[in-house]
Write a protein that binds this ligand. Sequence first.
Ligand SMILES: Cc1cc2nc3c(=O)[nH]c(=O)nc-3n(C[C@H](O)[C@H](O)[C@H](O)COP(=O)(O)OP(=O)(O)OC[C@H]3O[C@@H](n4cnc5c(N)ncnc54)[C@H](O)[C@@H]3O)c2cc1C
Length: 255
Amino acid sequence: MNQKVDVVIIGAGAAGLMCAAEAGKRGRRVLVLDHAKKPGRKILISGGGKCNFTNYDVSANNYLCQNPHFVKSALSQYTNWDFISLVSKYGIEFEERDHGQLFCLESAKDIVKMMLSECESPNIQFRYQTDVHSIEKTEQGFSLHADTDTIECDSLVVATGGLSMPKLGATPFGYKIAEQFGLESCRRLRVWCRLRCTKKTKKTSLSSLVLQSQRKSPRMMARYSKKLCCLLTVGYLVHQYCRFLLSGSRDKTCR
Ligand SMILES: Cc1cc2nc3c(=O)[nH]c(=O)nc-3n(C[C@H](O)[C@H](O)[C@H](O)COP(=O)(O)OP(=O)(O)OC[C@H]3O[C@@H](n4cnc5c(N)ncnc54)[C@H](O)[C@@H]3O)c2cc1C
């Protein structure tokens, strides 16, 4: 089958859903493709199932980016307050935790539902369990081979996310496409944080773990609870460690 749309978005995660909603509002005919069965699976596990959807205090300084002007420009067009008002419009109750972090009171499912409602438009179609085999540049835009179909589009958005959680559908697809089109991507870094356990620490007590770092002394304080599901909030420590890695030295381990 041959299909022609204005925009194809590959990936129905947080970025793909947001992009589909905005493109749909501008009257573009949008097709969202995902190889998973359902959208937004990473959102569902985010924030320990409650999704830390934004923060009261968001500025360009909170982001690591090789082009800081990009962050400034993005934040000037869509702020944390825009998202807070969207969440409020849907009547989703939320709470503020440490450092202005905002979490759903009920469940991260509310955020996925909200994003899908934002995408409810005759302009926007979703196709799940669909594999994109190849992408070619054409005169007008792009031509994709997905399963047995050929899809033509003017604009293509690759929103296939990062590499974490392959069990939830993460693949290096985006990196491969960047390579195919000769787009430079920055070096990917692993951030290792050593967890120190005492003899008393039982294996089961690590099943749900919240870590917080101290701003000046990077010692972690761990709190344990019983339920499964891992929430790792290393915040400032990770931030500092990334900066440390980016500054060139690589051999130290956080304690
Ligand atoms: C445990 C955990 C907790 C987190 N908690 C928070 C939090 O509380 N707050 C927060 O802001 N962030 C949190 N994050 C980070 C946040 O989840 C991600 O930054 C965000 O979901 C990324 O969205 P994305 O759309 O870029 O990618 P993803 O959500 O990964 O979406 C990518 C989509 O592309 C699809 N895809 C991938 N490859 C292909 C392919 N080859 N073909 C077709 N489709 C493909 C995937 O199936 C997926 O649906 C957390 C992450 C983890 C792992």
